[in-house]
Design a protein. Structure first.
Length: 385
């Protein structure tokens, strides 16, 4: 892909669109730095991903207890899935994800050219995406990722197909399709990052700036260069307000308690016991089933069954936390489990690895308990008539 040269005031901005698993992109980056000799080389990375590419030790320092207690289980699993999906695609064509970015770094360092990190913190991006996505979009994204990662990959991935994606018309088509299917995802993962990267490029000191970015960001960045951008609004995770999640967290326990009291005083002890059994069995058994699907230890399954009916009534605790900590205590992750987080190629890899098994236990126990709550409430409601 040829360089796009844009003149804004005294700045000359050179935009180079790349594919993140492309040998040709590596050569294009090297050639651009050698021939253009920019004052600064900007790369589409944040500090965390830059450090990971240089040191390769991102997962070794994972505090599994902190991931569980901070409620970041789903986010962490999504990050793992995305990282391993990109790596597995790269392996099919013998390429390493991010190799063109590292080529830019090495070439710039060799030429003693300053490097600028242009991208937004990946954690901010993923959290903002999760906050804005509808339930349908989350499900659609999960299905797309899992099917792409664990399927037999009948669509052949080749070097030619990767290079084809860098063509402007092909990339525009893909962006338009993403905008239709998952508008919230496209807004956060593409549009906001286009704005963030454009802002960073304009703030980068130097008269001649080479910006190495993914081909999918080229058009968006070009449109935004030199424009006024509200960087504050897209640089942080929104403060949690009174959303539907909070309403449900406090409302469901209240509904349950009021229903039990009403049944006790109007229908008697027998139906009250029945209502409580509906709640206990639906929450407990479905939460335990989630742990069973995650191949958790029998004690973890039992802890989920016991904890779920109680934690469903408390807005600050979750059955998955209890089951996850029990699983972690029994199946203490080893160093090799953390090192292998970058080599997950199948469902069995996720359930065999002690770290991801614990996270799956947490996620599926919580999911089972949530489903159990919505199964139990209509059953209890049927006793009110």
């Amino acid at each position: 892909m040829a360089l796009d040269k844009i003149k804004i005031g005294e700045k000359e901005i050179l935009l180079l669109g790349t594919a993140h698993i492309s040998d040709e992109s590596v050569e294009e980056v090297k050639k651009a730095i050698e021939t253009e000799k920019p004052d600064v080389v900007g790369i589409e990375l944040d500090f965390g991903r830059f450090k990971q590419l240089k040191q390769g030790s991102k997962w070794k320092n994972t505090n599994i207890g902190k991931v569980i207690s901070s409620g970041q289980t789903y986010l962490f699993l999504l990050t793992l899935l995305l990282s391993n999906l990109q790596r597995s695609l790269g392996q099919k064509i013998g390429a390493t994800p991010g190799m063109e970015m590292m080529a830019a770094v090495k070439e710039a360092e060799a030429e003693k050219i300053p490097i600028m990190l242009l991208d937004r913190d990946v954690n901010v991006t993923l959290k903002r995406a999760m906050q804005r996505m509808s339930l349908r979009e989350k499900f659609s994204l999960l299905v797309s990722l899992v099917s792409g990662f664990f399927s037999d990959n009948k669509v052949e991935i080749t070097k030619d197909s990767i290079e084809k994606l860098k063509e402007k018309d092909m990339m525009n088509t893909l962006m338009q399709q993403l905008s239709k299917e998952m508008p919230s995802v496209k807004k956060v993962l593409v549009d906001e990052r286009d704005a963030y990267i454009a802002y960073r490029i304009m703030k980068t000191p130097g008269k001649k700036i080479l910006a190495v970015v993914g081909a999918g960001h080229m058009n968006g960045i070009k449109k935004l260069l030199g424009k006024k951008i509200d960087i504050e609004s897209i640089s942080k995770v929104d403060e949690k307000g009174i959303g539907i999640g909070k309403i449900l967290a406090y409302g469901i326990p209240l509904i349950f308690i009021i229903s039990i009291i009403y049944i006790f005083f109007t229908k008697g002890t027998e139906l009250t016991v029945t209502a409580i059994l509906y709640w206990v069995l639906a929450n407990g058994l479905l939460s335990g089933l989630g742990v069973l699907i995650a191949r958790g230890h029998p004690f973890s399954i039992l802890s989920a069954i016991i904890a779920a009916p109680l934690t469903s009534l408390h807005p600050f605790f979750a059955a998955g936390w209890v089951a996850g900590f029990v699983e972690a205590k029994i199946k203490n992750p080893k160093v090799k489990d953390f090192e292998n987080l970058k080599n997950l190629n199948s469902i069995s890899d996720f359930t065999d690895n002690q770290v991801t098994r614990i996270l799956l236990v947490v996620a599926l126990a919580n999911l089972g308990s949530t489903i159990g709550t919505f199964v139990a409430l209509p059953l209890i409601a049927s006793l009110l008539g």
